[in-house]
Design a protein around this ligand. Structure first.
Ligand SMILES: [Zn+2]
Length: 232
């Protein structure tokens, strides 16, 4: 039996999955919400056009219909008419990074000061997703578990959120229990091939040495590696 997907239960699912301080941008509406506390979101940005203005009213009604509340007291209205898509993208990235800087552990420690490069990629199983055409697709669920340096709490983060906070550098290395993979740039690949160095491998779904399952972002990467412990 298929469950009836209504706009109400769709929005409910999204809201319930948001972390405190998490950003939600419903696709194509030009609206940005941040979850503030239990059952409460704040609209922080609205694009300055009639479509977004109308969507804002609709979304408010929808969100309130599932028992959540919306704070619209400090909405930043963004003019997008005279800026290029690239500039708009830059603005959005800056906003997302700013929001990420505000994330905190329950003990009050900012996630930004965690040793993020030690985040542990964790496979959380498969999940069925419903596609717009009604079909389904099985997708892998991953999280990155980071540890609070003050209270030792282990906090799972969405991979996208982790990338925002940890930065691009952290996405270019990947640590299994035994190896540290380091993504190579084109120039390093050429140099290694030319000088006949063989510590280079293209990754697939599993670690070619130890069989660990690798997260999607490293698959297809050309990497070198460092051994983390002596092998027996
Ligand atoms: Zn803590």
């Amino acid at each position: 039996m298929e469950e009836n997907v209504t706009p109400e239960n769709e929005v409910m699912t999204i809201l319930e999955r948001l972390r405190d301080g998490g950003l939600w941008q419903p696709a194509g509406l030009g609206l940005s919400y941040v979850k503030e506390e239990d059952k409460h979101v704040k609209l922080i940005e609205q694009e300055n056009n009639p479509m977004s203005a109308q969507a804002r009213i609709r979304m408010r009604m929808l969100i309130e219909s599932v028992g959540w509340s919306v704070d619209e007291s400090e909405v930043h209205v963004i003019d997008t008419k005279d800026i290029s898509p690239q500039e708009r993208h830059m603005q959005e990235m800056m906003m997302r990074q700013e929001i990420a800087q505000s994330w905190k552990c329950n003990c009050g420690t900012s996630l930004a000061v965690f040793e993020l490069e030690k985040g542990v990629w964790t496979f959380d199983g498969q999940q069925e997703m419903t596609l717009p055409d009604g079909g389904t697709e099985t997708v892998e669920q991953w999280s990155v578990v980071v540890e609070c340096p003050v209270c030792d709490a282990k906090i799972p983060m969405e991979p996208y959120d982790y990338g925002l906070l940890a930065g691009d550098e952290a996405m270019l290395t990947y640590r299994t229990k035994k190896l540290n993979y380091i993504a190579l740039e084109r120039i390093d690949i050429i140099r290694k091939i030319d000088s006949n160095e063989h510590d280079i491998v293209v990754l697939g779904t599993f670690c070619p040495f130890h069989g660990d399952m690798l997260p999607p972002h490293v698959r297809g990467s050309v990497v070198t590696w460092e051994t983390l412990e002596e092998e027996e």
